[in-house]
Design a protein around this ligand. Structure first.
Ligand code: 13P
Length: 252
């Protein structure tokens, strides 16, 4: 399976800076066997699209979407609206949205279904908090989050779901999860896929790791069996630094 790295800019870069980032990043040399995507703020989708032109790399992604296609939902953006920008993937259930916006597993599940229906691959983010980890509840928390998210989801089709395992304690902390520990969580997630969709799907669904990934440690994750790539926050903000990270992921 091809490895995938997604830049999650989070709440950085309005249209002006987003356009500049994309133009700068397009000058970076990228490994040809690597898939690369950028998850940009909604207000910057048009500028990012314009700077990408016809280029499909990096693929355009969004950071969130609502579960209805249209209606009286002030402030929300629907998957069908994201389609107009050529968005191919969209994050859902990022821990920052769970923490600051009160997103629940039920909301995450509804968003994932709506995205898939619109032809956009949901990138479902799951992860335990520091407190969960300390009380030994990591696997339990992950199982609940994953099972709920996939309850009404199909594993196939052109909008195949993806997952990102992002331990909350590793995000922005400079303390990444050890690749072997991440792999163990990914294995537990794959068991849930197999149970729900059949054994054929065990290794068909991409699971990325996220949390303090940088150019120095990316290769360890990408070279670990069962880790299909990375979701990168802080280390994606500089286009040249992110180019370096992509090259470090799959050294020539
Ligand atoms: P950092 O790479 O800044 O730790 O953020 C990870 C993340 O939350 C990506 O979605």
């Amino acid at each position: 399976m091809r490895k995938l790295i997604i830049a999650n800019w989070k709440m950085h870069y309005g249209p002006v800076k987003a356009g500049g980032w994309v133009r700068a990043f397009r000058r970076e040399r990228l490994p040809k066997d690597l898939d690369v995507s950028i998850a940009v703020p909604d207000v910057s989708l048009a500028a990012a699209r314009a700077s990408l032109g016809r280029a499909t790399i990096p693929a355009l992604a969004a950071q969130d979407a609502f579960w209805e296609a249209e209606g009286a939902f002030t402030g929300e953006t629907s998957p069908t609206m994201l389609n107009e920008f050529g968005v191919v993937m969209c994050l859902v259930g990022h821990s920052e949205r769970r923490k600051y916006l009160g997103e629940t597993d039920e909301m995450v599940a509804k968003k994932a279904v709506a995205l898939q229906r619109a032809g956009i691959s949901p990138v479902i983010c799951v992860g335990e908090t520091d407190a969960d980890k300390k009380r030994g509840a990591t696997m339990k928390v992950i199982r609940v989050q994953v099972s709920s998210a996939i309850s009404n989801l199909k594993p196939d089709g052109h909008a195949q779901p993806l997952f990102a395992y992002e331990p909350v304690w590793a995000i922005g902390s400079g303390k990444p999860c050890r690749p072997d520990d991440a792999r163990d969580v990914h294995t537990a997630m794959r068991e849930i896929f197999a149970k729900k969709w059949g054994p054929k799907w065990t290794h068909e669904i991409r699971i990325l790791y996220g949390g303090s990934v940088d150019a120095r440690n990316i290769a360890e994750y990408v070279s670990t069996t069962g880790i299909d790539g990375a979701l990168v926050g802080g280390a994606s903000l500089d286009p040249r630094g992110f180019g370096l990270l992509c090259r470090a992921a799959l050294p020539a």
